[in-house]
Ligand binder design. Structure first.
Ligand code: GAR
Length: 216
């Protein structure tokens, strides 16, 4: 039996990326297992999904607490559960620099744009209003600057002229569900190295697939 890395997925809401990660980790050859789902929002839908799948869940409400206090409890919970890697999946809370440093190189995030364009929130509204012809999604290492860490993988999605934030969100989400499990696989396999802002993927095939880079 391969040694599968223990992963915590941090969520705040729907949890469709969580679902994509869990489904990938259900495959026998996947190098990681989802050991914990942690939410700052007690009513996050993703918690119900995790519980139905028999995955350990933790709720740490963030409302009305300092970031330091909240992050300390999250960190303690991750430690208690023997977590090795962290995936932020629709986790809508900014983490303190100290917490981010603790998990440097072991924590990744998915963002629904082609970073470094369109950081922050209301991303698809920004995209449609800007008139860009392409958008997409990115999985990146988490660093103290929001949505600024080294990019591991991206997928591109066209923005038709009649697009709305809702249609763009749906098209992008479909690609999110493809690239997030791939990024986690590479991380858990120890194939990622960071050189400045550039992530190298050991033994990744050349970028022949134009819509996902590196191609998979
Ligand atoms: C996803 O589109 C994710 O990229 C985005 O929130 C959504 C969560 O959906 N994350 C961010 O905007 C982070 N700044 P999900 O709960 O169904 O995975």
């Amino acid at each position: 039996m391969m040694d599968r890395k223990a992963v915590a997925v941090l969520i705040s809401g729907r949890g469709s990326n969580l679902r994509a990660l869990v489904e990938a980790a259900d495959q026998l050859d996947f190098p990681a297992r989802i050991a914990l789902v942690l939410s700052n929002n007690p009513t996050a839908e993703g918690l119900d999904y995790a519980q139905a799948k028999g995955i350990t869940t933790a709720v740490i409400p963030s409302k009305g607490r300092t970031r330091e206090d909240f992050d300390a409890e999250v960190n303690e919970t991750l430690r208690t559960h023997g977590i090795e890697l962290v995936c932020l999946a629709g986790f809508m809370r900014i983490l303190t620099e100290g917490f981010v440093q603790t998990w440097t190189g072991r924590m990744i995030n998915i963002h629904p744009s082609l970073l470094p364009a369109f950081k922050g929130v209301k991303v698809h509204e920004q995209v449609v209003a800007s008139g860009v012809r392409f958008t997409g999604c990115s999985v990146h290492f988490v660093t103290p600057g929001m949505d600024e860490g080294p990019i591991i993988i991206q997928a591109v999605v066209p923005v038709p002229i009649d697009a709305t934030p809702e249609t763009v969100a749906a098209a992008v989400l479909e690609q999110e569900h493809r690239i997030y499990p791939t990024a986690l696989r590479w991380l858990a396999e120890g194939r990622l190295s960071i050189e400045g802002q550039v992530v190298r993927v050991k033994d990744a095939t050349a970028a022949s697939g134009v819509m996902i880079s590196p191609s998979v």
